[in-house]
Write a protein that binds this ligand. Sequence first.
Ligand SMILES: *Cc1c(COP(=O)(O)O)cnc(C)c1O
Length: 381
Amino acid sequence: MSGSYAVPLTEIEVTEADVAAVMACYESGWLTMGPRTKELEAAIAGFCGVRRTVAVSSGTAALHLACRAAGIGPGDEVIVPTLTFLASAHAARHCGADAVLADSTSAGDWNVSVADVARRITPRTRAIVAVHLFGLPADVVGLRALCDRHGLVLIEDMAQAIGARYTDGTPCGSAGELACLSLFSKKQLCVGEGGAVLTASDERADTVASLRSHAMTSGTWDRHRGHEESYDVVDLGHNCRLDEPRAALGLSRIHRLAADVAARRQAVRWYRERLADVEHITVPGDDAAVERSSHLAFPVLTGSHDARVALRAGLGARGIQTTRYPALHTLTAYGDQGADGSLDVAATLADRHVCLPMWSHLGEDVVDRVCDAVREVAGGR
Ligand SMILES: *Cc1c(COP(=O)(O)O)cnc(C)c1O
């Protein structure tokens, strides 16, 4: 799985039990959304402590349907951090709304600045998307207060943050009216492609469930079981269903998710210990943040654009794969925002960071090897 790198960016462990669960699903002869999807929804709801979960075909679909269930449409504005994966902002645009980008907080807290979000609220603002970047929850207390004051919907993009906790210790997924999960292959709970919308609202859950399957009043599984003989169509829906083999894989994996997240935390503790005294490299966050985050990735900050380029090249030459996230306002599709310098904190973080290899059960020996390489490449600059 590691391609041409001795140390890949991430590795996925698929156990014999995972394979057996998927094979049993194929042998059952029922492949589209059915009982395993329902079971996975219940398991995710239980894990995150949220009343309802609706499984969908991707994290992107989860965000899109969450925006629709939030009533977002043409003429609306949705505030989204510029430092995120583009799907966080595309969802609102697919509903005909404008994505208004907001800056990061600081070099110590890369999540969205509540003060900057507040400055961007207008009479057209309908919702705020809180992204929990790299697995560390954003300031949901501050964002929740803003939403309550201005009558906005809070949508959490927790694609990178299943298993994380807010500052009060509550599992991530319950601060917003809706929260969106990704089951993409790089994420903590991965099945290949998949996602879910979490919500305490039956009405919103029912809307998402309806829109994921063409807004038909009955599903294939219901009709197969003879519960419904026909259907009506009540809205313009999509096909965003999850299929059963992937639900089976998710169910098999969710039982070890808490242990996987704990293992990611241990890897981060090793990284932080070993990188603490490397010159020209800053590791964001503090010990409390480490214990709250579910660590999709491990980013470090270099001192300049050139140092970032050199670090990635130097690690690549040593067989170590890395990645980085561009700020959305530096991409062509979002290029007209941030010209006034108001997104510069995020722009600088995006330009200077490098994400080092991270996966659950990443070994201490691999962390040593990566950190030695970082010291060699960056330490002398
Ligand atoms: C991965 C990701 C998504 C999209 O999820 P997919 O399952 O790949 O569609 C959305 N937002 C963030 C922050 C992500 O990291």
